[in-house]
Ligand binder design. Structure first.
Ligand SMILES: [Zn+2]
Length: 180
């Protein structure tokens, strides 16, 4: 069993609303029973930018985030407004690297305005929390869950994200406390 205390470190990439970020860090702390910190932030890495689609390559962002780690105990969560893609997908809402213990989540497609709908801060916050929790959960050793209500349920559509809760199901919670 690991005796050292893991810490969640939230990193804004580019312009990100600090109030929402603060709330996000607090909620993730409560969910995983871990302390959290917010770093001052980082510029969006130019080398991750793809001009033709106006997106950022998540793999490069995850590599950059890993460099910010002050110790092996930190798990990093990068948050950005811009759209993400990776080698396998034309777009992703979030991505993670389990070995590097880094995750990144984008607001872009979880915003209502992406679908031409009026903005709803509460809804956006919930979606961001759920997707951040799922990717952080993976970094912390959890796997995708089959329970559609569990926050670890694989969700890449707004419908699936909105249907699931912001909590770990009983099975995932037990697993989490066993592997921690
Ligand atoms: Zn679960």
């Amino acid at each position: 069993m690991k005796r050292h205390r893991t810490k969640i470190v939230v990193v804004p990439l580019g312009e990100v609303d600090f109030f929402q970020l603060n709330k996000l860090a607090g909620n993730l702390s409560a969910l995983f029973s871990l302390p959290s910190d917010i770093l001052q932030g980082m510029k969006l890495p130019k080398e991750a930018y793809k001009l033709t689609t106006n997106q950022y390559f998540s793999t490069v962002i995850l590599q950059k985030l890993e460099l910010l780690k002050a110790s092996q105990r930190e798990v990093i969560l990068g948050i950005l407004e811009e759209d993400l893609y990776n080698a396998g997908d034309a777009y992703v809402i979030g991505d993670s690297d389990r070995l590097a213990k880094c995750a990144v989540v984008s607001y872009n497609r979880i915003r209502m305005e992406f679908y031409g709908l009026p903005e709803d801060d509460k809804q956006i916050f919930k979606r961001m929390l759920k997707e951040s929790a799922r990717h952080l959960g993976k970094v912390l050793g959890l796997r995708s869950c089959r329970n559609p209500r569990c926050v670890m349920y694989y969700s890449d559509t707004m419908y699936d994200i909105d249907q699931k809760s912001e909590k770990l199901c009983d099975i995932c919670r037990r697993t989490y406390y066993k592997i921690r």
